[in-house]
Design a protein around this ligand. Structure first.
Ligand code: MV4
Length: 447
């Protein structure tokens, strides 16, 4: 059942999920740490429960406290948002054991996709193109033979990794031993698991991800792609739907491959299938079994509320659309507004003294910030997302430029000045960038 939803998250995504619940007429329970007692989602929820002190491991990651909050309030479903427990299979299992609906995939699918080797093997079995590489884990004594078969340069990746953690490039045989030992040591330290695998290293790819939603019974749809290439140290900064690099035929082809794969898997809920895209080819790297930060740009071009879809599926009501009913209209860009220095990205916590969010046609601001809001230093620095839509990419960029000039966040440093530079950059205007572009730009354009 889904008759009262507990939102096991904070910040802008908690507010976003709460909005979807309210539109569906479903009562909401907010949980918060003592640092978030004044947060907007707490104010707007029907009920709220303090689940602990500020540290995440004592609050938003505390499974016992969240289950207790469900028991206290009678919440029979939990939306995990992203981050925190959103891809924690044990959490999904524990909720199932308590008869509480986890609004997301099955614990088994979370596990399969959480292990990067089983994720890749599963993707391959489902007909998704993958990066050429090793057949599973590579032991040090096998590394040279495997690398010669793949061809240098190769990339060593942690099986338990993801998001770029525990990766090492080996450009030639001379680099290989050190790359392997360093990657294994870092993986052991970061994940408690030193297993690594190997892939052909792609030098100048774009990062393109496909949004999918499945009903858990064999139906699934794709909602097109998002280009997330503009990243800094694996943190996405600016995302676009559609990708400036793809045409309609490519979009439909890779989208259908992903939707068909999710049908075979009987995938339940929202998911994102991540690819590297280079020389016209897609290469699967990972699948995220959660709602992504950047989901609003997909909503902007399709008109589909992804959280509504998640809740419908979790309620057993299935998808609200068939593939033929999904259309892609216009272009959308998301800028992540972080409480950080716009060049060094050093966190800038503090109190917002003035907050003016822009408006107008095609403008969405997902944020729980307000004048007087004290940004807690305990969590990530995202204070809001600016999503702008236009009928074309040119119109979208024109609107984004106006909106960035209108947006006011005083009292702390934010990444807004960076976006004001990017929206006027020729490469960005031409959509001419890859995953390394932003780091090169920041290095060449220091504060
Ligand atoms: C790669 C790659 C090049 N070749 N795999 C980084 C995080 C994780 N999603 C996988 N990542 C990469 N895997 C091969 N075979 C380059 C990256 C990568 C990257 C990927 C997407 C977005 C930004 C990135 C930044 C650095 C490296």
């Amino acid at each position: 059942m889904v008759s009262k939803i507990l939102i096991a998250n904070r910040g802008e995504i908690a507010l976003r999920v709460l909005r979807a619940c309210k539109e569906l007429g479903i009562p909401t329970v907010a949980v918060h740490s003592t640092a978030d007692a004044d947060a907007m989602h707490v104010r707007l929820a029907d009920e709220s429960v303090c689940i602990g002190p500020p540290p995440s491991r004592e609050s938003y990651l505390n499974i016992h406290q969240i289950v207790a909050a469900c028991e206290i309030t009678g919440a029979d479903a939990v939306h995990p948002g992203y981050g925190f427990l959103s891809e924690n299979a044990k959490f999904a299992d524990i909720l199932d054991a308590h008869g509480i609906t986890f609004i997301g995939p099955t614990a088994d699918h979370i596990r399969i996709m959480g292990d990067k080797i089983t994720a890749k093997k599963t993707a391959q079995e489902l007909g998704i193109p993958v990066v050429p590489g090793s057949d599973g884990e590579v032991k040090p004594e096998q590394a040279l033979e495997v690398a010669r078969k793949i061809g240098f340069p190769v990339l060593i990746k942690a099986t338990a990794g993801g998001g770029g953690r525990g990766m090492k490039v080996a450009k030639s045989e001379a680099d290989l031993d050190e790359a392997i030992s360093t990657a294994r040591a870092e993986a052991a330290a970061a994940f408690g698991n030193d297993a690594v695998y190997m892939e052909k290293y792609l030098g100048k790819p774009r990062h393109i991800e496909i949004q999918v939603v499945g009903d858990g019974e064999g139906n699934a749809v794709h909602l097109g792609e998002r280009d997330c290439s503009l990243q800094r140290r694996h943190q996405k900064v600016w995302e676009e739907a559609n990708s400036p690099a793809l045409n309609v035929e490519q979009r439909m082809k890779i989208g259908q491959i992903c939707a068909d794969a999710m049908k075979k898997l009987k995938y339940r809920g929202a998911g994102t299938i991540e690819f590297l895209y280079e020389n016209g080819e897609f290469y699967f790297i990972e699948m995220n079994t959660r709602l992504q930060v950047e989901h609003p740009i997909t909503e902007a071009i399709t008109g589909i509320d992804l959280v509504h879809e998640q809740i419908r599926v979790a309620s057993g009501r299935g998808l609200s659309v068939t593939q033929d009913e999904i259309t892609f209209s216009g272009h959308a860009i998301e800028c992540r507004i972080n409480a950080e220095d716009p060049r060094t990205f050093v966190p800038s916590p503090g109190t917002i003294t003035h907050f003016h969010a822009p408006g107008g046609l095609g403008v969405r601001v997902d944020s729980g910030a307000y004048a007087g809001y004290k940004i807690p230093p305990y969590y990530d620095s995202l204070i809001g997302k600016l999503i702008v839509h236009g009928r074309t990419r040119v119109e979208c960029m024109m609107r984004l430029r106006r909106v960035l000039d209108e947006f006011v966040v005083d009292g702390i440093k934010t990444t807004l000045p960076l976006f004001r530079d990017l929206v006027s950059n020729q490469d960005i205007a031409n959509g001419d960038y890859d995953i390394h572009w932003l780091e090169h730009y920041l290095a060449e354009n220091p504060a």
